[in-house]
Ligand binder design. Sequence first.
Ligand SMILES: Cc1cc2nc3c(=O)[nH]c(=O)nc-3n(C[C@H](O)[C@H](O)[C@H](O)COP(=O)(O)OP(=O)(O)OC[C@H]3O[C@@H](n4cnc5c(N)ncnc54)[C@H](O)[C@@H]3O)c2cc1C
Length: 456
Amino acid sequence: MTTHEYDVAIVGAGTSGCYAAATIANAGLDAVIIERKDAEEAGHIACGDALKGADKFPSAIPKSKIEPAFTNTGVDHGRFEIPSHDTVLEIPVPGELAVIDRLKYGKLLIEGAEEAGAELHYDTVVNDVKQTEDGQVTGVVGKRKGDPVEYDAEVIIDGAGALSLLQDKADFEDATFDTNVRYSQFCSAYREIVEVDEEVEWDDALVFKPTERAAGYLWYFPRTSTEINAGLGFQMNEEPMQMIDDLKDDLRDREEFENAEVTDKLGAALPTRRTYDSAVAPGYMAVGDAAAHVNPTTGGGIAGAAYAGQYAAEQAIEAIDAGDVSEEALWHYNERVMEHFGARYAGLDVYNILSTAVDVDDLMGLLAALPGRKLAEALYDGKTSMGPLLAARTAINSFGYWRQILDFYKVKQVAEQVIDHYERYPSSPDALEAWQRQRDELMETVYDVTGAEPKY
Ligand SMILES: Cc1cc2nc3c(=O)[nH]c(=O)nc-3n(C[C@H](O)[C@H](O)[C@H](O)COP(=O)(O)OP(=O)(O)OC[C@H]3O[C@@H](n4cnc5c(N)ncnc54)[C@H](O)[C@@H]3O)c2cc1C
């Protein structure tokens, strides 16, 4: 068994792991990223390639480093195609957006972490977590090309993505770490990179379309006007979709994809649930998909992963400096996540829960009737409001959907209460249980109002 020692060992060379490692190394501490893929395959991640908030990314890896992977910065709106209602909604996307060459971006991130001083250990699959009897995490164990290897570190940062294996192995019985995690809270998604001869007309838009069967959506995101990321996903509490065939059918029906060539295929799971209540345990922090730092309505998780990586690393540095890596000492990381996006995502999760309980056709009819800008606010902020004129116009357009609008209004109110509650996230682990109890009471109202099955 080979044993390595580092101040911080980070599992996973994705967005969250690279930002975490760069932050640790920039502060002069020893950081290693442990990645199961080889050097060639690392950074190749299933993704829609849409990078939201590209203008204000965390600074641990300079923006200039990743910018060469931004292949389309001309996208400024979403185009929602609703064939069942013969409607196309053009909805502005707030903030800067880039569609990226995901593999190149992945490679540049790894380069950025290395340039900051982090070490990369490829071909190394982590398969266990080392813990003391009282639950303190002290390292991880794995295999490199069949040979056993272990890493001892003051803090382990789990950036191993959705359904991280580390969390199955660790014993969090006495920690606040969120273990209320189930497959049904995830989405299964698949994408192809498709090249076409003629430029598509919608190269300034992210195109969304509801899938015909189980609740989900198809997307067409233009990396360039002739290279399109085409994919689809569905919530795993629904009947499974034949994703490859369904995508093929849709591509066949669109004339812009005639003679198209598929150059890459990849699928994966992603969390479409609220952010973990707590992503810390003694000596251990989870970041990015491993802690559900993903917008549960859009599936966008790159920005959350980058910020979480940086916040976790900053807290780890402070804790190591103080010689105390207890849950209490790492706690402030949870607070920063909740303040930045966790509260918003918890509010958006309420709409996700609603979408599993309503008829897709009704939802699409309702969407087709609502004003686009307000929808955009709801999609990204979780909060929106309408002036009286707009409300009146919406009411006329949406004749036939008033019942759903009334229900939607009730859901919106409880979503806002959820966000308000998350804005009071506790400042120490001791107060978590009481906060969770109150949140769970609010969730009962969510299930009552939406008619959905409990998600948690
Ligand atoms: C099909 C699809 C489309 C998506 N589209 C978008 C989009 O358009 N925009 C957006 O913002 N987000 C999108 N997302 C979500 C986004 O890709 C993720 O939120 C983001 O990649 C999370 O980054 P991460 O670093 O947390 O995890 P990941 O990027 O998943 O990285 C995890 C890394 O850990 C490694 N690893 C895992 N287990 C081990 C182990 N046991 N030992 C060693 N290494 C391990 C993996 O090989 C991988 O390199 C999409 C996701 C999917 C699946």
